[in-house]
Design a protein around this ligand. Structure first.
Ligand SMILES: *Cc1c(COP(=O)(O)O)cnc(C)c1O
Length: 465
């Protein structure tokens, strides 16, 4: 047997172990961080290791690693496992192409371009559109910001920042926006945070007022980041109303759909991003709502000229054949680039666009089940809203951070907390489309049983002067 065949046989054995383990212990046994090196053999040594022992070490590491694909993992904006996507990612690892040239990636270039073409079509971008696969949603936002900056001030690419460019986002936007303005040379002090309405959506009226104020002070309004699915509440900024403003003041409009931009696949929910065709760029993470393995982020640009203007660099040693449309390195941030497209393509190819729609719809229907449960049980207080897969609540008046930490430390379920304005709450994210109604109800039952068994959980202090 060749080494790879032998190692893949070991892989299959370990997969069996992991899948069985996920069924028996959906929450991994937790190792205290300060005991990690005592409990597991993570050391790297001078001598080689025989396969049997090596396999044991791998087994130990696998079973004690947090399990993100089980029906008790609700902690993050990803979860579950779409097996056809896993298959594609395993193949991408074996193929090990780099996505910069047709010479090296061949048909994989067409696979990436087909996803981009179809996605552009779904959001109503025209013939000049294109896109790329950045390393994640944060990087998508960064690339969009750089394009917006260069579109407003093309000299900036040669001279660096010489003009007072101002960018805008809502208070509820993802934190990558804060870092990105500093990376892009615009500076954190030139970022304006626009307040939201009571449901976490940017207020266009306040956006315009801020733009007018900045212009009075000599600032140059450049870029607006609108969010399709804010990180805490899962709220959708009103894109049409924001586009009215960005068009009027000739600014770049980026729609950050990292979390919930995949609603573009659902006839029922795509109205949540209506107006997206008027944006200059749009991004979504297939590794969030669509359940592909991390990471799989798609950045679409209404006019591909901007991708070229901001990201192409001549490199004769690399781009020797085949023309720009097939040499994807001309429009990417990196040089060597992992093939993140194949896993999404194997999923899409196998289940069809209607299958992707079902994945998205299932998450909203699970959220509705959770909402119904909370609304019909008076010990719960609800903090989130309809049309969101982030279901935010408190149970009795238990302090949510303490509750989430205890649930995690005692391996009951993995769920996180968030806050909006004055409130802090448990955030149940129904993003795992493999889950069913019983799994959501089970979550509440598990939580309630835990609270009965754990009488000393701290209470939220009533806000009193
Ligand atoms: C998750 C998220 C991001 C960041 O995406 P990464 O792939 O984790 O870098 C950006 N914006 C929003 C709204 C997100 O939810």
């Amino acid at each position: 047997m060749s080494n790879i065949t032998k190692d893949l046989a070991m892989f299959n054995e370990l997969v069996e172990v992991l899948i069985t383990e996920e069924g028996i212990h959906p929450v991994a046994e937790r190792i205290e961080a300060n005991k990690l090196y005592d409990v597991l053999d993570l050391s790297l040594n001078a001598e080689e290791m025989v396969d049997a022992e090596f396999k044991e070490v791998l087994r130990d590491v696998l079973v004690s690693t947090p399990k993100t694909a089980t029906n008790l993992f609700f902690n993050q904006l990803f979860g579950g496992r779409q097996s056809k996507a896993v298959l594609g990612d395993l193949l991408a690892v074996l193929l090990n192409n780099s996505m910069y040239t047709y010479k090296v990636a061949g048909p994989q270039v067409g696979i990436e371009q087909e996803i981009i073409r179809q996605s552009c079509h779904l959001i109503g971008y025209g013939a000049a559109s294109n896109g790329t696969f950045p390393t994640g949603g944060s990087m998508s936002n960064y690339m969009a910001l750089v394009m917006g900056r260069d579109a407003k001030d093309p000299e900036c690419r040669l001279d660096g920042m010489t003009k007072p460019l101002i960018v805008y986002t809502s208070k509820e936007a993802h934190y990558s926006n804060d870092k990105n303005v500093s990376f892009a040379g615009i500076g954190r002090n030139n970022m304006r945070y626009i307040a939201t309405d009571a449901e976490g959506r940017m207020l266009p009226r306040l956006l315009e007022a801020q733009i007018i104020e900045d212009m009075k002070n000599g600032g140059i309004p450049t870029y607006v980041n609108a969010t399709a699915g804010t990180t805490v509440l899962g709220a959708f900024d009103p894109i049409d109303a924001i586009a009215d403003i960005t068009e009027k003041y000739e600014m770049w409009l980026h729609v950050d759909g990292a979390y919930c931009g995949s609603v573009i696949f659902s006839d029922q929910y795509k109205h949540l991003v209506s107006g997206v065709s008027r944006s200059n760029s749009f991004s979504y993470n297939a590794h969030k709502m669509l359940g592909t393995p991390l990471t799989c982020s798609i950045l679409l640009v209404n006019d591909k000229k901007h991708l070229h203007d901001s990201f192409s660099n001549d490199a004769d040693y690399l781009y020797q054949t085949d023309g720009d449309d097939f040499n994807l390195g001309k429009t990417s941030f990196q040089c060597g680039r992992r093939n993140d497209a194949l896993k999404f393509w194997t999923l899409w190819k196998s289940i069809g666009t209607s299958g992707l729609k079902n994945i998205v719809d299932q998450q909203f229907s699970l959220a509705d089940i959770a909402l119904d449960y909370i609304r019909s049980h008076s010990e719960y207080t609800l903090y989130s809203f309809n049309d969101s897969i982030s279901v935010c609540f408190n149970y009795k008046d238990i302090e949510p951070m303490a509750l989430c930490t205890a649930l995690y430390e005692q391996q009951i379920t993995v769920v996180g907390f968030g806050s909006f304005e004055e409130d802090t709450f448990v955030r149940l994210v129904t993003i795992n489309a493999n889950n069913e109604k019983v799994d959501i109800l089970n979550f509440f039952h598990v939580l309630e049983a835990f609270v009965v068994k754990t009488p000393n959980l701290p209470k939220v202090l009533a806000l009193q002067a």
